[in-house]
Design a binder for this molecule. Structure first.
Ligand SMILES: [Zn+2]
Ligand SMILES: [Zn+2]
Length: 302
């Protein structure tokens, strides 16, 4: 079973995205690239090189539903006619358009983000949505943890690896312990534990970083020999975040501004996500205290 990595350009700060072609029956594309002319052309060229036509694609599997990974899924599915699209059921907040907006607004307000900033983030995400077509509820099939995607000469085991997003999945080829990990594992950096509503109870936030650490441990237990990741981006480590929490108390927004002082709108949202995720984890480990005051959470060094 041949895994063909394909690098596609994106309009995002993170740079090119890696998608993976499994060039045997049923011909499968893992992730698709964003909906841009440049990515479409680069993908077509790569498929031609691999002697695959878009109309040969039978299965489109999404590691997660961020625009750079899922943007072309609907266009490819429509062109391939019989292709099915598979994504994990927990990918709710991202699958049908990027943000379940009301839920996100509440999560951001609780994190102490000022209203004007929230409005800026909302506008920015409206801009980002053009890089992906969304799907209706009945247009995709589920990815089940621990089940297998069968191919002519092998299989990929689905490993649900939530963290970066609730529905992120990785794929393990057991024969040589190769893993396709999407944004769960990136070279040199850790992915942003994106602020998301909990898929089971959307009024709560998803414990992204704690889930992510469990996912990493799970992948580690598979003893991967090679991990194909999605791409690169900024990282901030755990200890650094704890140092930013004073005895007097701060909101996640304050922490994110200290962690990432120079950020534009898109990265401010990611910065708040990063801060909230680390603060949640630190709180769950008893290293910092949190209280609800004046409609927002205030963190203190324990
Ligand atoms: Zn992503
Ligand atoms: Zn990505």
């Amino acid at each position: 079973m041949r895994i063909v990595p394909i690098s596609l350009p994106t309009p995002f700060y993170i740079g090119p995205v890696n998608v993976y072609l499994i060039a045997e029956d049923p011909i499968t594309l893992i992730d698709t690239g964003p909906k841009t002319k440049e990515a479409t052309e680069a993908l077509r060229e790569a498929l031609i090189k691999a002697r695959v036509r878009v109309s040969d694609i039978r299965r489109i599997v999404l590691t997660h539903a961020h625009e750079d990974h899922c943007g072309l899924a609907r266009a490819l599915r429509d062109e391939a006619k019989n292709a099915e699209v598979l994504v994990h059921e927990w990918e709710t907040g991202h699958r049908v358009g990027r943000l379940e907006y009301e839920e996100h607004r509440k999560l951001l307000a609780r994190a102490g983000v000022p209203d004007a900033e929230i409005e800026g983030m909302r506008k920015m995400y409206e801009g980002v949505r053009k890089y992906a077509d969304s799907f209706a509820e009945n247009e995709y099939g589920p990815l089940w943890d621990e089940s297998e995607l069968q191919f002519e000469t092998g299989a990929l085991r689905i490993i649900h690896t939530p963290g970066h997003t609730p529905g992120s999945c990785s794929f393990l080829r057991e024969a040589d312990r190769t893993v396709i990990a999407g944004d769960c594992v990136l070279k040199r950096i850790t992915p942003n534990p994106v602020l998301s509503p909990d898929p089971i109870d959307p009024t709560k936030r998803f414990p992204s970083l704690a889930e992510y650490l469990v996912s990493l441990a799970r992948l580690r237990s598979c003893s991967p020999t090679l991990v194909h990741g999605g791409h690169g981006g900024p990282v901030h480590d755990f200890e650094e975040v704890i140092k930013l929490v004073p005895k007097a108390g701060v909101s996640a927004w304050d922490v994110s501004r200290a962690m990432f002082p120079e950020t534009d709108d898109v990265h401010r949202f990611l910065a708040v996500s990063e801060a909230v995720a680390h603060l949640d984890l630190a709180h769950s480990e008893g290293r910092i205290a949190v209280e609800f005051a004046g409609g927002r959470e205030v963190y203190r060094r324990a």
